[in-house]
Design a protein around this ligand. Structure first.
Ligand SMILES: [Zn+2]
Length: 214
């Protein structure tokens, strides 16, 4: 039985997810813990539930989604996974951080790159990588058809979509990604976005103003 736990971190109110199954192995998605108390929150959850972190996996590498990666990598001795096209942005992170008044010593390192169609395995669970460029070039979603959920990063939100005015963003591309690769999934799929509340593919297909306009 898959479980998905949401923690909301950092000044950007970013959703970090811990996904685990009956084996207790877990992945940490978009680890955004920034303060010491946020770091405590994530380690407490992991120890209280006796979880075994396998990877830090990222939908994309904007600053609010990567602030805690180095911390969990060092704490648990795990490797980070992202799409290869996010690596350039990652290198620029210390400069981006300064623009937002956030200090980071260095950009986190990603050891494993993935692309569309790859699978990430932990415990008895497999997550399929779906490349959904448009918010960033290397933006990806994580999908489990068996467990009927999608982690959508900043591509698809409840009633909205990710911004496309940052470097690598493109409005037509994100709309194309969502319509071709996400709205075509099982309609009952629960969507866990990078910010805000859960939704479903059916709800977004029928009522998301960015997707219903002709
Ligand atoms: Zn983002």
């Amino acid at each position: 039985m898959i479980k998905i736990h949401r923690l909301v971190f950092n000044p950007f109110q970013e959703n970090t997810y811990i996904i685990y199954d009956e084996t207790k192995e877990c992945v940490i998605v978009d680890c955004g813990c920034y303060t010491v108390s946020e770091q405590d929150e994530i380690t407490s959850f992991i120890s209280e539930n006796q979880l075994i972190p396998k990877y830090a996996i990222n939908t994309h590498c904007h600053i609010d989604h990567v602030l805690g990666i180095t911390f969990v990598k060092e704490k648990y001795g795990i490797e980070a996974i992202a799409h290869g096209e996010e690596l350039l942005m990652l290198q620029m992170l210390p400069q981006h951080a300064l623009m937002f008044g956030i200090s980071i010593d260095s950009a986190p390192e990603v050891e494993i790159t993935v692309s569309d169609g790859d699978t990430i395995k932990f415990g008895n669970t497999e997550l399929k990588v779906i490349h959904t460029p448009g918010h960033t070039r290397g933006g990806i979603c994580f999908y489990s058809e068996v467990c009927n959920f999608l982690v959508s990063g900043d591509t698809l939100f409840e009633g909205s979509i990710g911004r496309t005015d940052l470097p690598g963003g493109n409005y037509d591309t994100i709309i194309g990604s969502i319509k071709a690769k996400l709205l075509t999934l099982n309609q009952t799929t629960t969507v866990y976005p990078g910010h805000g509340s859960e939704t479903t593919i059916a709800i977004e297909k029928s009522s998301n103003p960015f997707l219903t306009e002709k």
